[in-house]
Design a protein around this ligand. Structure first.
Ligand SMILES: Nc1ncnc2c1ncn2[C@@H]1O[C@H](COP(=O)(O)OP(=O)(O)OP(=O)(O)O)[C@@H](O)[C@H]1O
Ligand SMILES: [Mg+2]
Length: 385
């Protein structure tokens, strides 16, 4: 079973491209599920269909669903919510607030993960396409294990405990009989771990970053890709959406000029990641027919269910007094190569041209001690400043 997750800055076209990709895949005969985890649901708008919080067959081989955290928790995970609720109430939190708190940050993502686990274990679909929320939230989704820790810390402040002792501790300190909820919690944790591992398996899960040829969007995409790589996920393509085709009347002349420059930068800076480009369609893209046409223009002869790329282009190892960063950057001219770092931003100066990359946040506290370039790897030694 293949999982393909689309992410990117707000409004770049994630939902549209996820839907187009799912249609394209299902048309080839593979059983495809398209799930939107973004609470601001627009999948039904994109497809011009009414969708539910359960998978629904919308076309031969294509099922769609709009994930709904409240619906999901009520239907499948109410014991877990009860557990959180009773713990908060025990801590003296007022009922109304306890109700509010029992949907904790990360729980929404957690509930979405549980659906994915269900699909994975049922083995019905060949491909699951995930239309996710903008980048920041997707990173939360993918760093879910940390989010779970934060639930436990919120529920039991000051307690350090392993999950398998949690039930006993809670019963002892609160008197709450939570055997049922506790067992469910354990099951949930093991399911979450399954999905976490599945997402880290490069042969099964691909993450595709959608962007537009615009400065801010490009920057955010670079950051997201660095982070996703750092967490061990496989970003297998960049999709550049809303490329302006040449217009006749020249009204967008300046826009086109700028886009051309950004497109060149994208080709250079994201290399060796595969890049797919998609023109602005000249209108909003709603409904199955338009989306299908769009997908053919996007993937051309490629099959979207394939893994397009599986290389680690960023490697980070800790050293005695800092970090060693290895970045795969083909074609750097070493004679004119100079590096600078501002905060987490790495600037590569080459023949008076600048290219920028983003390092993980810890780079704020480090300086560049030395670097070497042995094509295609740029090796940087960072030391604590
Ligand atoms: N290539 C394109 N040409 C024309 N319109 C497009 C194209 N791609 C997307 N759109 C339109 O842009 C709008 C936003 O697209 P979409 O909802 O897919 O973005 P999103 O990244 O999912 O947004 P959000 O971050 O809010 O979830 C929609 O109206 C969609 O029809
Ligand atoms: Mg969307």
């Amino acid at each position: 079973m293949r999982f393909i997750l689309f992410t990117g800055k707000g409004g770049v076209g994630k939902t549209t491209i996820a839907a187009a990709s799912a249609l394209h895949i299902s048309n080839s005969g593979l059983k495809t599920l398209l799930i939107s985890t973004d609470p601001a649901h627009s999948l039904s708008d994109a497809l011009s269909l009414k969708l539910n919080p359960e998978p629904q067959l919308v076309k031969e081989n294509l099922w769609c669903m709009e994930f709904d955290v409240y619906y999901s928790m009520k239907k499948y995970w109410s014991n877990m919510r009860e557990l959180m609720y009773s713990v908060f109430k025990f801590q003296g939190v007022k009922s109304v607030v306890a109700d509010e708190l029992s949907v904790l940050p990360g729980m929404e993502e957690g509930a979405a993960f549980l659906w994915l686990e269900k699909f994975y274990s049922e083995k019905f679909y060949d491909v699951v396409i995930i239309d996710s929320a903008p980048t920041g939230e997707t990173l939360t989704l993918l760093s879910l294990p940390q989010a779970i820790n934060s639930w436990l810390l919120k529920a039991f402040p000051g307690q350090k405990m392993a999950l398998n002792t949690l039930g006993k501790v809670v019963r002892k300190t609160t008197g709450i009989p939570l055997d049922k909820g506790y067992q469910e919690l354990q099951l949930i944790f093991s399911k979450l771990a399954t999905i976490q591992n599945l997402f880290l398996d490069h042969s099964k899960t691909s993450i595709r970053v959608v962007c537009n040829p615009e400065k801010m969007v490009i920057q955010e995409s670079k950051r997201a890709i660095s982070y996703l790589q750092l967490y061990g996920y496989n970003v297998d393509a960049l999709i550049v959406n809303r490329v302006l085709p040449k217009t006749q009347n020249g009204f967008f002349r300046n826009y086109e000029k700028k886009q051309k420059q950004y497109l060149n930068e994208i080709d250079q800076d994201f290399n060796p990641l595969p890049i797919f480009k998609l023109n602005h369609q000249g209108e909003e893209v709603f409904g199955i027919a338009k989306l299908e046409k769009m997908a053919s223009g996007l993937y051309k002869k490629e099959r979207p269910e394939n893994v397009f790329f599986n290389e680690k282009i960023l490697q980070i190892d800790s050293t005695k007094n800092g970090y060693q960063i290895k970045m795969k950057i083909p074609h750097l001219n070493t004679t004119t190569l100079k590096l600078d770092k501002f905060g987490d931003e790495l600037i590569i100066n080459l023949d008076n041209k600048r290219r920028n990359f983003f390092l993980p946040k810890f780079a704020h506290f480090h300086t560049i001690a030395s670097f070497t370039y042995t094509a295609p790897w740029l090796n940087i030694q960072l030391v604590k400043s």
